[in-house]
Design a protein. Sequence first.
Length: 143
Amino acid sequence: MTASTPSRSTIRLLVLGTLSGLGLGLAAFLITDPAQAQTAPPEVVIEVRNFTYDPLNVDIVEGTTVRWINRDSVGHTATERASPRTFDVSLSPGVSGTVTFVTPGRYRYFCSPHEFNMPIGVINVFADPNIWRGSLYIPSLSK
Ligand SMILES: [Cu+2]
């Protein structure tokens, strides 16, 4: 071995140093993003009143919690239409219930006891542009 040839362990250290530097840089970028670092977990409220959901359609990012609050004097539900059903929230009068949406997609739901007397609610769950997905950084969300 000549003096100018780096040993295997030196090369390994250089590679590790580069990777950890990249990781630290990325972590610092994510942590210093003020929108991510200082906000509480997102939550949106849907009021159930006068036999409708208000708002009827909501757009959220993944990880958002939806809270339904029943303002009517009768019980309602927020029951997903799809099968298999991923949520079915029972809402007694004055009661609230929550679902946290972690998978992007479109979720339609209805009120089980008033299936034909209440409109269909829609929750659109978009991918969070700030989540690192391993091979691709999604810079922004257009909608
Ligand atoms: Cu109802």
